[in-house]
Design a binder for this molecule. Structure first.
Ligand SMILES: Nc1ncnc2c1ncn2[C@@H]1O[C@H](COP(=O)(O)OP(=O)(O)OP(=O)(O)O)[C@@H](O)[C@H]1O
Length: 212
């Protein structure tokens, strides 16, 4: 079962074609990079692929099923991890509750993502930006997650923490055959982790050969 964008289009503002007839296929286990200038529409494309936005043209499919209209109450197989974790997490919930998305997260997941036990009783504002980024990721790595769209999720981490987070996450998704779309301005990071890489330019995807 692949995640497939078929000719999707989306506009913001007057006649602004942010995403224009984009085709993209993410198969299970695929790791695909997405770059492009600031404001070009990378997050918008990520949200379209996760079903958070409805395309104005075309369709996003999961296998044979349209993603839009996924049954309410059933966790989507596609999860979008946003750039600004603090905006996506309820500030009134302790971390333990944030992570209990129906059922408690596996201890292995917390360990792989470097989430420490003493964070669980804290509120989101009592974590650093980098710590919150890990929590934001863990809460969306559900047993039902088949595709993950990570939108600049390690922006706030130092180089060492960034490396350890990606190491843990890549091992996790590889073991479960999860497909990943990695949105990042860091070309080196994308080329280090991805099998394919695209730039979004004027609404269209241009494949970039992986360096090295
Ligand atoms: N709800 C909205 N209403 C109006 N314009 C919007 C809306 N959402 C996004 N935009 C505009 O759409 C364009 C694409 O935004 P998007 O966040 O997808 O870009 P991006 O490539 O992810 O940028 P960055 O790299 O800076 O995060 C931007 O010009 C943004 O201002």
């Amino acid at each position: 079962m692949s995640l497939i964008a078929q000719g999707i289009g989306y506009g913001v503002g007057k006649e602004h074609r942010c995403i224009d007839a984009v085709d993209l296929k993410l198969a299970p286990g695929d790791v695909v990079g997405l770059g492009g200038l600031s404001g070009v529409g990378k997050s918008t494309l990520g949200k379209l692929l996760a079903g958070h936005l409805k395309p104005h043209a075309g369709e996003v499919m999961i296998g044979q099923h349209p993603l839009h209209g996924w049954p309410k109450g059933q966790p989507s197989p596609v999860q979008y991890v946003p750039q600004h974790a603090e905006l996506a997490i309820d500030p009134r919930w302790r971390v333990e509750r944030v992570l209990q998305n129906g059922e408690p997260p596996e201890a292995e997941l917390l360990s792989v993502l470097g989430i420490q036990n003493d964070w669980l009783s804290r509120y989101p504002h009592e974590l650093s930006g980098g710590e919150l980024a890990r929590v934001s990721l863990a809460r969306l790595l559900l047993p039902t997650t088949r595709f993950l769209i990570c939108d600049e999720i390690t922006e706030q981490l130092d180089a060492l923490s960034e490396q350890s987070l990606w190491q843990g996450l890549m091992a996790w998704i590889k073991a479960r055959d999860i497909g990943l779309l990695l949105i990042s301005h860091q070309v080196e990071l994308r080329h280090h982790l991805c099998q394919r890489d695209y730039d979004l330019v004027q609404g269209a995807l241009i494949e970039r050969p992986i360096a090295g």
